[in-house]
Every structure is written in structure tokens, then in C-alpha cells.
Design a protein around this ligand. Structure first.
Ligand code: SAH
Length: 573
């Protein structure tokens, strides 16, 4: 819930604009009914996860100062000035305020002001590891010192970085194999380390638990702690407990999980029976239908994912058993469409994913398009035109080694581009895949031309490098027959100069010569150009590989110099 605190007319108007943009259920409005500004702000701060204050920064800070506790838990606070020029992230920058300032700025059309050092300099903020990567920061009091060390460019060593798909780290941050000399330790093991190291615990351990009826929570916890100690493992890295579904109502087990705030999962005996374990027991098999509970439940990660590696074999107490398995970290492949070219047509989610990656793979011209957005330290694998399949495969291979990889493409990466060859190779279950849509050339062009795609439409690529011309021609005939508006991608190049003329001829046999034909070259790029004419008069020589050509259906018209395809199904006789 976001609290909006406004006392002036201008503040109230801005507050209404935010409520309208985000929906009334997402916000709660304060101080509009005669309560004092200070009281309203205090109440909003106590009741909400985030607050937008239409009071001065100074006033806001003075009112809230006594209530400030912990920067990781306090509500985020953004202040907007009376003239609606700035949305200032004031408190909890990495706890949502920086993002909220940006969201407010988008709605109110003002400038977001972000002053947290790492965001201002573009370096991956260390405390984002918690939220984004699911790591638990064991000693937050060290964060400021290590953060300052990184920002000031001093050499900083990380232990364990290569095991996890981290975002890019700046060049002064380098990996080390020796935890004792590390400034940052990322590990689920209780390794020896210096007193000053910043310690992150990745959520990587699954504890399989077996329990006899009536076991106490204390005995379950003692057995788990003994298993963790046997493996030299940190309780801060426990991802969840797991057991057999027969134990789903075992009070001691549930209480043990609750007391440490660990989630607990229960699995069917048939699933556990199929898991290979070192210490199967025929007695347990006769009782439950699986020869192992603790070891099998620790390893089992669901029907599609690979089994976790058993790190601590079963440990027994009179009424409980515990075993520990480590979930293999998965690499991350983000397939990102960059849109047609203009920066403001690039989705915010694409920006977020670009800044989440440590390696970016793509054609050099597309890398240039977004290079300034990348975090310092991002590795770039730019390649020249051609070898698409190779590029897609190398992105998947990199992700498979555990890295966070962004594979970029223009427009939408799933449209005549890299997503399909990449996902063809990414079927292995060791990579997480995220796809971010982009504005594809057909819609970018349609919007330059007017409303060309107002009714049923299709896209056809005229590139016969990957597809035999007969297949392309068959689709053009079908589109002609079906009276679809058609966007032609890859319409014409120096080597392929006859296909577009042929395609237009096929369409012309089924629709009037007055049918609009629009072409847009480099849509939304600085040298954008376009033209609008009819099938009768269109000359394909203006077209090259940077162009999309859109041909109307029989109902499309040129209205006021714009390409319009009407919406209704009222067909001309
Ligand atoms: N994935 C891209 C398409 C790649 S195929 C997308 O979704 O847009 C390459 C073809 O797309 C080019 O030959 C051209 O026909 C078209 N194209 C891509 N970007 C364009 C732009 N900005 N303006 C016009 N056409 C474009």
C-alpha cells in the first residue's frame, strides 16, 4: 500500500493523478480532511509500505526522524515539490524509494532525483543482492563500509562470486578463491573469513526431515542443527525444509519450521521413492512407500528440475532424521527486445534486465544502442552480422555456466530474431529464462503511418535465406486470399531485389490498385523516413533492409495523409 500525503491544492491534484494512474486499491490518501500534515504523515508512515509526501523534504524528514529505525525495513519515502518538478527519493532508496521516485516521475512528468551513491554511479548496489538474488545479508552493519570501498575504486575481493548469477560488478571488484582475504563472502558454508567481510548467505540448502509421530519441535531443530554443523553449513542459507506428505500434519515439524521462518514442502512417497539415496531403509519403505524420507526429500526439487546434491547424509536422533542437499545455482538467460530504436520505446523491464546481467550478447549495432545503460563491469560479447544461431547458442552456453546473460535483439527478440534459436538450445533444466517483449517493426511502422493494422493482419519475411521461396509465396497467396493487411520484413536487399515486386503483384491480384502501401525506414531512429502511396504507384526501389513495407487490405484507406484500416467487418460487396 502506498500512502499519499497532501495538504495543498497542488499536492491534492498530484495525489489524485497518482491514484488515477495506479488505481484506488494501490494507494491510501491522507491529510485531505483537515488532519494536520504532520499527523497525516506519521499515520501514513505507520500504515503503509511506501509514502509519497507532497511536503518539503525538510518538513518530511523532521516529522519522520523519530520513527526511523532500519533502512531495510522502514517504508520508502518519496517527496514531491509544490511545483511538481521533482520526485525525490528521500528514505529507503534501495528499499523501493528509488523505483517509486521513478514511477511518480513518470505519472507526474517530472524529474526523478536519486542520490544513493551506487545508483548515481551506475554500479550494482550491494544491498540489491538481497532482494534480486535472494541472498540473506548476515551483517548489514558492514554494508556501508564495503559499499564505500567499492565506490571509491579500492580493490575489493569477492569469494564465491562465480557460483551465482550475479549482476555485473565494477572492475575493482575481483574474485578470490581464498575467503580469508575476501571483503565480500558469498557462501552457504561456514568458511574461515576476516572479521570485516560482508557476508551473504545464498538460499541454497534444502533440509530433508523425517520424524516419528509426536516428535518435539526442539528435537527436530536439534537434529537439523546437527546436520548443518556436520556439513559446516550456515542456517542462514536454508531455502526450505522438505518431508513426506504423510508428515504434513506433524506438529513438531511444523512448529520447528515456523520458529525459524523456514518454508516447508511435503512430497508424495512415489516421488521420493524414485530419488537415488546413499542410505535407503527397507523398514521405512515398508511403512511409507519410500525407502528414504530425509535424504530423498532433501534432493527432490520437483518433477522438472535436476536433483539437488546431497551434502550431508542422514543424521538420526531418537525421533527425527535430517539430511542436507544443495540446490545447484542456475544461470539466467534474459532474451530482451530493444524496440525499434528510440530510447523511450525501450521497455523499463528491458532496462532492468540489462542492468541485471553480467554478460550481454548481441549484434554490435544493438549493443551500441544500449551500452550506456549497462552497469560498469558488464562483459560484452558483440558480434557482426550473420552467425545468428551461433550467437544464440553461445548465450545459452554462457548462462549454463551459471552467469546472468542478456541476449539482445532489435524490435521484439522473438520476431524473426534470436529468441527461438536460443530457446531451442535452452531446454536443459539448468538455466532460468526470462523474455522481455519489445515493440516490433510492424507496429512501430504502423504507428508512423497511422493506423495500418486496425484489422486482421500478418507479417511475412521475404528473406529466402532460411525459407524456400515457394513457402513464402504460398503464404503471400494465403494472405492475399484472406485479405490480410501484410507487413513485409526483410523486404529487399542488394542480392534479393525481385521478391518484393513479386509479392506486391500477388497481393495486387486480390485488392484494388488504390490500396495503401506504406514504407518506413529506420522507424524511431534519428534518420527515420517513410512514404505512403498505393499499390498502383509504389516503386520498390525506395526499400532496403532497414525498411518495413505495409500493404493494406481491400478496406484500408488513405485519410488525411494517413494509412487507416477500418475496424469493422463490414465488407464491400
Ligand atoms: N526482431 C525485429 C525484426 C528482425 S528482422 C523486430 O521485431 O522488429 C529485420 C527486419 O526488421 C528488417 O529487414 C526490417 O524489415 C525490419 N526492421 C527492424 N527494425 C526496423 C526499424 N526500426 N524500422 C523499419 N524496419 C525495421
Amino acid at each position: 500500500m502506498i500512502g499519499l500525503v497532501a495538504v495543498t491544492a497542488s499536492g491534492r491534484a498530484a495525489s489524485s493523478a497518482l491514484a488515477a494512474a495506479w488505481g484506488d486499491e494501490a494507494v491510501r490518501r491522507y491529510a485531505e480532511d483537515g488532519v494536520s500534515a504532520g499527523d497525516a504523515l506519521r499515520t501514513a508512515y505507520a500504515e503503509c509500505d511506501a509514502v509519497v509526501s507532497f511536503l518539503a523534504v525538510g518538513a518530511t524528514v523532521r516529522v519522520l526522524a523519530p520513527a526511523l529505525r532500519d533502512k531495510h525495513e522502514d517504508p520508502a519515502v518519496v517527496c514531491v515539490d509544490e511545483a511538481r518538478q521533482f520526485a525525490v527519493s528521500v528514505l529507503g532508496g534501495h528499499n523501493g524509494a528509488n523505483e517509486l521516485a521513478q514511477r511518480v516521475a513518470e505519472v507526474l512528468d517530472c524529474v526523478p532525483v536519486i542520490t544513493t551513491a551506487s545508483d548515481a554511479s551506475g554500479i550494482t548496489p550491494l544491498d540489491s543482492f538481497g532482494g534480486d538474488l535472494g541472498f540473506v545479508l548476515e551483517n548489514p552493519q558492514r554494508l556501508a563500509a564495503v559499499g564505500a570501498q567499492i565506490l571509491s575504486g579500492e580493490p575489493t575481493m569477492v569469494f564465491g562470486a562465480e557460483r551465482w548469477p550475479l549482476p555485473a560488478l565494477p572492475p575493482n571488484v575481483t574474485p578470490t578463491q581464498n575467503p580469508v582475504e575476501a571483503d565480500i563472502v558469498i557462501s552457504d558454508e561456514l568458511v574461515d573469513m576476516s572479521d570485516t567481510a560482508l557476508v551473504y548467505r545464498p538460499a541454497s540448502l534444502v533440509i530433508g526431515v523425517g520424524a516419528s509421530r509426536g516428535v518435539s519441535a526442539q528435537e527436530v531443530l536439534d537434529t537439523i542443527d546437527a546436520a548443518l554443523a556436520a556439513g559446516g553449513l550456515s542456517a542462514g542459507s536454508v531455502l526450505r525444509l522438505a518431508s513426506l506428505d504423510l508428515k504434513a500434519d506433524e506438529a513438531g515439524l511444523l512448529e520447528a519450521a515456523r520458529s525459524r521462518r523456514w518454508p516447508v514442502e511435503f512430497h508424495a512417497a512415489a516421488d521420493l521413492a524414485a530419488v537415488e539415496v546413499p542410505n535407503p531403509s527397507p523398514v521405512v519403505a515398508a511403512e511409507t512407500g519410500t525407502s528414504s524420507v530425509a535424504e530423498a526429500a532433501a534432493r527432490y526439487t520437483g518433477p522438472t528440475r535436476p536433483l539437488a546434491d546431497l551434502t550431508v547424509y542422514k543424521i538420526k536422533s531418537p525421533m527425527a532424521t535430517a539430511a542436507v542437499a544443495r540446490v545447484r545455482p542456475r544461470g539466467r538467460l534474459a532474451v530482451i527486445g530493444l524496440g525499434p530504436g528510440a530510447r523511450d520505446l525501450l521497455a523499463p523491464r528491458a532496462v532492468k534486465e540489462l542492468r541485471r546481467a553480467s554478460v550481454v550478447v548481441g549484434l554490435d549495432q544493438y549493443v551500441e544502442q544500449i551500452r550506456d545503460l549497462l552497469r560498469p563491469g558488464t562483459q560484452i560479447r558483440a558480434t557482426a552480422l550473420g552467425a545468428e544461431e551461433e550467437r544464440a547458442r553461445s548465450a545459452v552456453e554462457l548462462a549454463r555456466t551459471g552467469l546472468a546473460v542478456a541476449l539482445i535483439g532489435s524490435g521484439d527478440a522473438g520476431v524473426y530474431a534470436m529468441a527461438s534459436p536460443a530457446l531451442d538450445h535452452a531446454d536443459a533444466d539448468d538455466v532460468d529464462v526470462v523474455c522481455v517483449p519489445g515493440i516490433t517493426a510492424a507496429t512501430a511502422a504502423s504507428n508512423v503511418l497511422g493506423a495500418a493494422l486496425g484489422h486482421d493482419h500478418c507479417s511475412i519475411s521475404l528473406s529466402d535465406l532460411h525459407t524456400p521461396w515457394q513457402a513464402i509465396e504460398r503464404r503471400i497467396r494465403a494472405a492475399a486470399e484472406g485479405d490480410f493487411v501484410v507487413s513485409f520484413y526483410n523486404p529487399r536487399s542488394r542480392q534479393r531485389d525481385w521478391q518484393l515486386g513479386k509479392a506486391l503483384g500477388i497481393l495486387a491480384a486480390h485488392r484494388p490498385g488504390s490500396t495503401p502501401v506504406g514504407w518506413v525506414r529506420n522507424a524511431s531512429r534519428p534518420d527515420e523516413s517513410w512514404g505512403l502511396t498505393t499499390l498502383d504507384t509504389f516503386d520498390p526501389v525506395v526499400v532496403d533492409m532497414y525498411t518495413v513495407v505495409t500493404v493494406g487490405c481491400s478496406q484500408s484507406r488513405i485519410v488525411g495523409g494517413r494509412f487507416v484500416t477500418p475496424r469493422g467487418y463490414t465488407w464491400a460487396q
